[in-house]
Design a protein around this ligand. Structure first.
Ligand SMILES: Cc1cc2nc3c(=O)[nH]c(=O)nc-3n(C[C@H](O)[C@H](O)[C@H](O)COP(=O)(O)OP(=O)(O)OC[C@H]3O[C@@H](n4cnc5c(N)ncnc54)[C@H](O)[C@@H]3O)c2cc1C
Length: 470
């Protein structure tokens, strides 16, 4: 009789964990609260029929660069990648845009006087991506496999984006780096922000920032299909309220954040472990809008049409001010907006001639402030006439996001704040293990944190397999 495993939550990490367990020969059942598997990697008709919108993740360097997902035959289940001609565009108030080219040498040429500095910053990591990615996408280790490279990253981890950009002479390059570093949800004066910006830039050059044909649901569908091939089952519309309501499993992996883990398994966890989970800190939230559009976005800088991702915030100082306000618990006047325009490169996303856009800005945790006007003002700033192209919009406050995926607590898309403590010990010093031998946590509240890479699920399942007596 093979052993039975249960996974709660069919997000990318839950599905990764389920696949690792099924590969090891366990009978795996996944319980998913929502009607469709995928968690924050789902694609839904959120505005009008025929317009496919990514509910959560849209751009996927961490899937193609994932040491685990890249070993799976996901293309056999229909997953296809599309690379826009450039990964990223960053428009400025003078009507031009800085464009990040995927090829590092093209980027060097495009960034002019800062090109050499950019290349020298990125090159050591880009060149050794295949050794580097497994190291950064796992718990911090005292004895890394590429110590010099990791020491170099560690040095940047101590620095802020503001200090790193001093090496760039051109304000355009400083603005470009600010947009990358702001993915951290931290103030650009905080440590870790330089390393965040660096990692995002390195990923663009090493593996690109591709979008999946058909949307992020194609990733989740491929993972589910592969799991089914291995004998695993996903039950949707099956929210787990308490582990005690489930039949016996030899091991349970929870694709949940600490607050939910306490709710479903609290009575089986030790008081001190419960105390640690209660002290876990969530991060800021996002305010998101999905658009059905009558035409492509009318960018002032036409170069923006070359990139699936566009960062809207102008100068380094503008983006820094936005993130500083968010950290202080205030809505930014001119929020930094992350925008994706997938239908320019993937015709399956919208009816012929029509388009979609996906945009969000950072807001304080659980914020109830309506940011729609300010978010659209930022788009209009670089694309006058944008509002005239809007056929329909769907607005998600942090609470709306959480209502469609319970892991998005207070609109936090990263599974918890990324401060030094939670960078090292996430969600507790036990990482994937809990105080109970047969219960593990495998969501983005464990190392390495947010993003669609499946590595939280992978490492949790490996730990579970090594520790339970099978
Ligand atoms: C708006 C937004 C934009 C993003 N953009 C990107 C991006 O471009 N690129 C990128 O790499 N990442 C992006 N992310 C982050 C990425 O989507 C997440 O980090 C990733 O999905 C985390 O995976 P997970 O499996 O840990 O959790 P989730 O994807 O959140 O999955 C958790 C699952 O558990 C289920 N669940 C919760 N409670 C229960 C319960 N009690 N019983 C049963 N099921 C339950 C939920 O319904 C959900 O399906 C974005 C996220 C959001 C929301």
């Amino acid at each position: 009789m093979s052993r039975k495993a249960c996974v709660i939550g069919a997000g990318p990490n839950g599905l990764a964990a389920a696949i690792v367990l099924a590969q090891a020969g366990l009978q795996v059942e996944v319980f998913e609260a929502e009607p469709t598997a995928g968690g924050a990697a789902r694609t839904l008709e959120l505005t009008q029929p025929g317009f496919l919108h990514d509910f959560g993740s849209a751009v996927h360097p961490w899937v193609v660069g994932s040491p685990f997902f890249s070993t799976l035959p996901l293309a056999d289940y229909g997953l296809q990648w599309i690379h826009s001609p450039a990964p990223l565009a960053h428009p400025l108030d003078d009507g031009t845009a800085v464009v990040l080219e995927r090829d590092l040498y093209d980027a060097e040429a495009a960034l002019g006087s800062d090109g050499k500095t950019w290349r020298e910053l990125m090159f050591p990591f880009v060149e050794r991506w295949s050794e580097f990615a497994p190291e950064v996408l796992r718990p911090v280790h005292l004895l890394p496999r590429c110590p010099i490279l990791m020491a170099r990253l560690g040095w940047y981890a101590l620095s802020s984006a503001r200090s790193l950009v001093r090496r760039f002479g051109n304000p355009r390059t400083r603005a470009l780096f600010a947009g990358l570093a702001a993915h951290s949800f931290l103030s650009l004066d905080e440590s870790l922000t330089a390393a965040f910006g660096l990692l995002l830039g390195v990923s663009a050059h090493a593996v690109g920032w591709p979008i999946p044909r058909g949307g992020s649901q194609s990733i989740s569908n491929a993972l589910c299909a592969h799991l089914a091939k291995l004998g695993g089952r996903v039950k949707t519309a099956a929210r787990v309220e308490s582990l005690s309501a489930l039949p016996h499993y030899d091991v349970t992996l929870c694709n949940l954040t600490p607050r939910q883990l306490l709710r479903v398994a609290g009575d089986r966890l030790s008081p001190s472990y419960q105390h640690h989970l209660k002290n876990y800190r969530y991060g800021p939230g996002v305010f998101k809008v999905d658009y059905a559009l009558s035409s492509p976005i009318p960018w002032k800088a036409r170069e923006c049409l070359r990139a699936a991702t566009v960062h809207l915030g102008g100068s380094f100082e503008g983006i820094a001010a936005s993130e500083e306000a968010m950290r202080k618990g205030q809505p930014a006047d001119r929020p930094f907006v992350l925008l994706a325009q997938p239908s320019l490169f993937d015709a399956t996303r919208a009816p012929q001639g029509k388009h979609t856009a996906w945009a969000y800005c950072h807001v304080p945790h659980g914020s109830k402030v309506d940011m729609l006007g300010k978010l659209e003002d930022q788009i209009e700033r670089f694309a006058p006439g944008f509002r005239d192209c809007v056929l329909a919009r769907r607005v998600f406050s942090p609470a709306d996001l959480e209502s469609m995926d319970a892991n998005l607590v207070g609109g936090d898309i990263g599974g918890g704040a990324m401060n030094f403590r939670q960078f090292l010990f996430r969600p507790t010093w036990r990482q994937y293990a809990t105080s109970t031998k047969d219960i593990y946590i495998c969501s983005s509240s464990t190392p390495p944190g947010g993003g669609v890479h499946g590595m939280c699920g992978y490492h949790a399942a490996k730990m579970a397999l090594s520790q339970i007596e099978l």
